[in-house]
Design a protein around this ligand. Sequence first.
Ligand code: UD1
Ligand code: MG
Length: 479
Amino acid sequence: MLAGFGWGYRDRLNMQAFEALAGIVLAAGKGTRMKSDLPKCLHAVCGIPMAEHMGRAMKQIGIAKPVLVIGHGGELLQGSLPEGEYEFVWQREQLGTAHAAIMAQPVLADYDGPVLITPGDVPLVTAEALHALVSKHLATGAKATIGTCRLTDPTGYGRIVRDGDGMVTKIVEHKDATDSQLEIDEINSAIYCFDAKTVFEILPTLSAENAQGEYYLPDAIEKIVQAGGRVETFIYEDFFVFQGVNDPWQLAEASTEMRRRILKRHCLNGVQVIDPATTFIAADVQIEAGTVIHPMTTIEGDSRIGASCHIGPLSVVVSSQVGDGSTVLMSHINRAQVGEDCRIGPYAHLRPKALLGDKVKVGNFVEIKNALLEDGVSAGHLAYLGDAKIGAHSNIGAGTITCNYDGVHKHLTQVGANVFVGSNSTLVAPLEIGEGAYVAAGSVITSPVASDALALGRARQVEKPQWASRRRKKLEQGQ
Ligand code: UD1
Ligand code: MG
């Protein structure tokens, strides 16, 4: 049995969700360094847009509806995220992260409590990391708690500036930092927990007099310190969790790391991954224990793979289901369903709405689209089955084609149970073939075939004895 939809690459949290917590994801930036037409936070990591990774982590710790600040490519981002899960607000002009956060204020006007403000470009963030940050914030009674990390190469990140007592005084952006500040290895992850009232009071007072001419959210820290407010940090050991993605190479690095974590989770759940280096499994894929994933295999979307299957080598499975005990060898499966104990491939192509029962065999160069193959059907070689229903235990001979398209409309081919369709048959739809019937090899079938009948739709064989030797003789005589 396949399990229900879950959170994919994250195991369930065994920690308490917060009762009062708001969340703002800043995702309005263009991401100039991505050199891409897509808004940065829409770029996917293991099949999920970066902003959605953050949104999911927030929801897991009790933020029912994170506020998502959108701007550049906002419609695209909005349309790509699950409906009803976010409160969208617009930042029409991208004047900086502080300006982006202000856009969320009207939604939280009546809210008095802790608010997580995060970027939308930190895909490896986990609910655990957010939970730990908020817990520290609440335990210390700070006005602001910054998620930080120590890096051997902090290039590009904002640096955490501390005084002689080790207390945070401010955050300075890389582009604004002095030479000695650039030496600081503690970086700002841009994930913060603020007291909502405090931060919304301070944000409009910030200036944009800095290297980038932007309103920086990190500048709120210095203001809070100056006003006597307590600022804490939560130092995270696992750099990847807070790694920002600003260019395509960082996107690739984040994807590689998340892929590794997804594969590890499946392996620890009892799935065997022969070669992690060439296996790509998207975040929401579910695989039951006892299944083996062979090299050079990609499983995408919300695919669900049962127990004791063999998937790959060289297979692609997209948003499909594969039942227990089935094998998918060197094949492409897209939005299809495969029952239990089926054998698919090598070189099979299951297209959308290919629905296969149990113990079905689909062999090399067989393409199936919008067709139901009931239990025990065998289509072993070189066939096209489109807009069809094939009854249980029928045999589809090599080279069988359903002619489903007349140039304007698609038509249905219905084949009953226990039918034997001989090789190289052309089934011209709309067509019905009754239970237990035979179609002779090489037939073109245009009319219905009754149950248990034999249908022949081909020219009768003619034989001319000794014709070949007569011809050879003629050729030798130069005729
Ligand atoms: C930011 C921090 C930096 C930190 C780093 C960590 C600022 C000024 N700097 O830098 O201290 O070390 O993250 O990854 O905050 N955005 C908007 N509207 C805007 C500008 C940005 O919504 O006007 C969004 C972006 O879409 C992005 C997030 O804010 O998701 C952060 O912006 P980005 O330009 O990536 O800031 P960094 O340079 O990474
Ligand atoms: Mg960034």
